[in-house]
Ligand binder design. Sequence first.
Ligand code: ADP
Ligand code: ASP
Ligand code: MG
Length: 473
Amino acid sequence: MKTIVMKFGGSLLASPHGIGRVADLVVRCGREGSQVVAVVSALGEVTDLLLRAALDAVDNDAKKIDEAIHDLKFIHSSAIEQISVKPDEKWALNRATALALEELKRTLLGVSALGELSPRSRDLILSFGERLSAPILAAEIETRGVRAPTLTGGEAGIVTDRSFGEAVPNAALTNRAVRKSILPRLATGEVPVVTGFIARSTDGEVTTLGRGGSDYTATLLGAALKADEVWIWTDVDGILSADPRIVKGSAPVAKLSYPEAEELAFFGAKNMHPLALGPARTNHIPVRIKNGFRPDFPGTLITDRRTRSEGIIKAVAVVRSVGLLTVAGETLQGRPGIAAKVFSALASAGVNILMISQSVSEANIGMIVRRASLRAAVRALRRELKKEGISVMLESDPRVAVVAAVGAGMRGEKGVAAKVFGAVAARGINVRMIAQGSSEMNISFVVDENDAEEAVRALHSKAVRPRAGKRRR
Ligand code: ADP
Ligand code: ASP
Ligand code: MG
């Protein structure tokens, strides 16, 4: 019997009759002979709403806290209203929602009283999204005659360290705990409904895996259970050749290898957690990205296999909210070890470097960092390089974006760079920095933020050859 872990995205769950649609998908898969574990996201934009409420709580804005609780009550009671469970069960679900919201309110008031939002409290607050959505789906699955216990990620066995906000799973502990908690339930024909995104630390605190983390929950469970496949159900036809909000004619990519999909996830395609594919890749578990509104469409299949059938560049993606940092000066030239000092200065300030480029003349080093850490990066470099007696010019620009063309078929293929940059130049867009990984699977370049969407469109129209097909919501 096959085991399939299915993750359902917030946009799909929150669509009209989305929960009923998702329950049908789960039950259908079970009737077709598979054991199913369902992983749920928070409904729609609920995680964003919780995040805003947490920040409002720090500002001691009681009115906004009340508004957030009111909105959450409305979102969840509307979802409960739409499902097909009996009235007394609806009452019980509404009651459980109200109790959870009281607990949330107490937590938010605690944050207000302290005037401080610790990463630990932030994770606790964000965990309410999935904790509220999972029981609603479980109840709807049960009306279809299948037992569906609700488990938090922690109860399901996902164990992490204490890096709140982006907690790191402990694979050995997780594998053991997940098997212990989930396998007996599957054996008795139950469909466990697991909250995505949330886990627990080794000392029992609520942690989260980072934004988009429900995809990661699904692959972690899949790896622990040695599942046959992981299916990620969303509201579009798979991973598309570009963000459909930027390129109208973007189309689903039928097949991607894990490294290609990981590159795209990193560049924000489908808002997937950048680490989500790791557990599937390590355990050779195929991942399908499928459209819940069109379940019979095959979507995107991600496996070990490299395929070039869809052209050399399969997709184009863009990372916003980044900044460009340039270190320049004669002192950089011909002095071994300076680059190492620059990078370790940034590392000591906890700044992650997303992209690096250095000219052969060594006259400057360009780096892309998250916009939120740009200031810290400049400060750290000033301080650390001064200590070493190295004088450099530092420039920073917070208004840039990285555009990436991804496809394993670029390797060894001549003329790809010419095609990419020809397409961008033809639209008069200035390229500020270029990098190509030695894997030759991705060409990335930096442009002014205002030019990013046009660059994506230019590249998509000239360099991507999408499969003929429809993109549907
Ligand atoms: P979910 O709620 O299923 O987790 P997300 O909102 O996280 O879904 O991401 C899905 C959305 O990502 C799509 O509706 C689409 O608008 C957007 N998106 C951006 N780039 C891509 C891409 N390359 N492929 C697919 N979707 C993309
Ligand atoms: N609800 C979380 C988020 O919005 C996790 C997820 O949906 O994957 O980031
Ligand atoms: Mg998501």
